[in-house]
Design a binder for this molecule. Structure first.
Ligand code: NAP
Length: 256
């Protein structure tokens, strides 16, 4: 990723410690890159220890001078039985590394989209789809509130998506959780105050979330692009800046 921000803004951003849950790929990885470019220390997390290790290696390769500022821990958020304890343990490890103080938490974790025709919808599918996209960001908020400095310079940023406002057929489960993430951010902004809480709501972005074969993916993207005002699917760099904005203490333009 090339430098995102001009020197004037870079100079104003102090060195900080940022925990990025979902930082092993896609949008979260892009946010990790951007944070490293700003001189911050970054802890990434995802479900898989091997993907964390691979992502740390590629970040180290891209930013050799930042090696000492990159680390990561596995934390599976998809299992009802272990969700709460895994998050508690993630924060304990992150805070130990941070010497007691985290400045920002970012939540971009997302598992496979539960795109399900209504007739195939089951209680189990609904509940499982909410594990990573609803239950986890709320439990993360509880832990983040314990460890983030109680200041309006700290922040917690979660992720929703444009399906929260623009429905697609068979996406009702995904859409409901995406809609609830807006409400979650607004509620948490009160419950976590003065820590700032925001939700970023991207449209389609070219990431590993789209797991179909490349040709199929390109065909889907071209189809969506005909309906998009700017005529192209977003890139991670386009979206990463939104998270940087939310982390900046001066950011209050569209904050909840
Ligand atoms: N890409 C888009 O077009 C788009 C549009 C709107 C909204 N969004 C939302 O943005 C968020 C990030 O999406 P993305 O495009 O960056 O997807 P991505 O590239 O697939 O990244 C998802 C991240 O979540 C982690 N993850 C998946 N399952 C997990 C689990 N059970 N526990 C902990 N971590 C888990 C992944 O790591 P591991 O696989 O290593 O666990 C990865 O770090 C998602 O909530 C997605 O719905 C994406």
């Amino acid at each position: 990723m090339s430098a995102l921000l001009p020197d004037k803004i870079l100079k104003q951003t102090p060195q900080q410690l940022r925990l990025i849950i979902g930082g092993s790929s896609g949008i979260g990885y892009g946010v990790a890159e951007a944070c490293l470019e700003l001189g911050c220390t970054v802890i990434i997390s995802s479900a898989s220890a091997s993907r964390i290790a691979a992502s740390i290696s590629s970040l180290e390769e891209a930013y050799p001078s930042a090696r000492s500022r990159i680390s990561g821990y596995a934390c599976d958020l998809g299992n009802h039985e272990t969700l709460d304890s895994n998050i508690v343990s993630l924060f304990e490890k992150a805070v130990q590394e941070a010497d007691g103080q985290l400045d920002h938490a970012v939540y971009t974790a997302g598992d496979a989209l539960s795109i399900t025709p209504l007739e195939k919808t089951t209680l189990e599918k609904i509940q499982q789809a909410g594990m990573v996209r609803f239950n986890a960001p709320l439990i993360v908020a509880r832990e983040a509130a314990k460890y983030l400095e109680k200041s309006n310079t700290s922040s917690y940023t979660i992720t929703t998506g444009s399906v929260s406002e623009k429905p697609h057929q068979d996406w009702v489960i995904v859409g409901c959780y995406a809609g609830s993430n807006h409400t979650m951010a607004r509620g948490l902004a009160l419950d976590m105050k003065p820590i700032r809480v925001n939700a970023v709501s991207p449209g389609a972005v070219d990431t590993t979330l789209w797991k179909m074969p490349d040709q199929e993916k390109q065909e889907a993207f071209r189809k969506w692009e005909t309906k998009m005002a700017i005529g192209r699917v977003g890139q991670v760099e386009d979206v990463a800046e939104a998270y940087l904005y939310c982390m900046k203490s001066e950011s209050n333009g569209k904050c909840y």
